[in-house]
Design a binder for this molecule. Structure first.
Ligand code: HXC
Length: 260
């Protein structure tokens, strides 16, 4: 199931963390629907391999720069260079994230700081780095941040990521108000567990929690990468033009089921 062909023709997008996991599904979807796409991540080998696969599997010419979202100046340079390659930035997908499970009483200050810096500060850095380009977007710039449904609840073992992802949601609300005057829409997508991602493998399957988590999903299965990519397309394209400052949970109906 997909959107009309060419719905994103003429648009340019940057996806942070776009070489792997959910980010790679978003890149593939935006690209096959007509957007020119650039990706940024820390590891050059991942970027080279991802660009090769996007070309081989989907015929997409995805451009890339290395960059760490924790480094504001480095990210600004990478985004400016990519904007040159792509002819601007209409769509920014803040997807890069880091996470690990650790009980809070054992979590070091550096462990806390590292995840907050990647997830929350990294999203702030990327929004600022893209701002001038998003302001120039013809049909209004779009920011879509990838959060998680876990951010709406306590998240035992992931205090750092829960706090950061909650913070991202409030940042999107604030930017939707402050940057609405520039025509910029700022929203987030909250994935539930998405199969085949490093996060779900490490945080759910390797912890032996797969069956337990699936039982709690009203639709009974993990989601797919394309479920998240399709939500991002809705918020990136003309279909989402009047949507700003809000979140879209893509989680098989789990959101209102925590009381069971
Ligand atoms: C306890 C840990 C730890 C662990 C790292 N640390 N892993 N503490 N348990 N498993 C601590 C380290 O000891 C160190 O603190 C501090 O965190 C920084 O660790 P580094 O390895 O130096 O950091 P860095 O190399 O920058 O790596 C960042 C990272 C790493 C977040 C720790 O895991 C990473 O790069 N991840 C990127 C990919 C990723 O996480 N993807 C999943 C996203 S999924 P000390 O005190 O020792 O110096 C997601 C949503 C999932 O976000 C939703 C599922 C439902």
């Amino acid at each position: 199931m997909s959107y009309a062909e060419g719905i994103l023709n003429g648009k340019s997008a940057i996806v942070t963390g776009g070489a792997t996991g959910i980010g790679s599904y978003i890149v593939r979807k935006l690209g096959t629907l007509g957007a020119k796409v650039g990706i940024v991540s820390r590891k050059e080998e991942n970027l080279i391999e991802a660009a090769r696969k996007f070309k081989q599997d989907d015929g997409l010419d995805v451009v890339w720069r290395t960059g760490d979202v924790r480094d504001p100046d480095g990210i600004k340079n990478s985004f400016d260079e990519l904007a040159g390659d792509l002819g601007g930035i209409d769509i920014l997908v803040c997807n890069a994230a880091g996470n690990f499970i650790c009980p809070t009483e054992e979590l070091s200050w550096n462990g806390w700081r590292t995840v907050i810096e990647i997830d929350l500060n990294g999203t702030f850095n990327c929004c600022q780095a893209a701002l001038l380009h998003l302001k120039a977007a013809t049909d209004g710039g779009r920011i879509i941040s990838i959060s998680t449904t876990q951010a709406d609840y306590g998240w035992p073992g992931a205090a750092h990521a829960g706090a950061a992802k909650s913070g991202i949601q409030n940042l999107m609300k604030t930017l939707s108000v402050e940057w609405g005057k520039f025509g910029i829409r700022a929203n987030w997508v909250s994935p539930g567990p998405i199969e085949g991602t490093e996060g779900v493998d490490r945080l759910i399957i390797q912890q032996g929690l797969a069956d337990q988590v699936k039982e709690r999903i009203p639709l009974g299965t993990f989601g797919e990468g394309d479920d998240i990519a399709n939500a991002v397309v809705y918020l990136s394209s003309a279909t989402g033009r009047y949507v700003s400052g809000t979140g879209l949970a893509v989680d098989g109906g789990s959101q209102w089921d925590r009381g069971r």
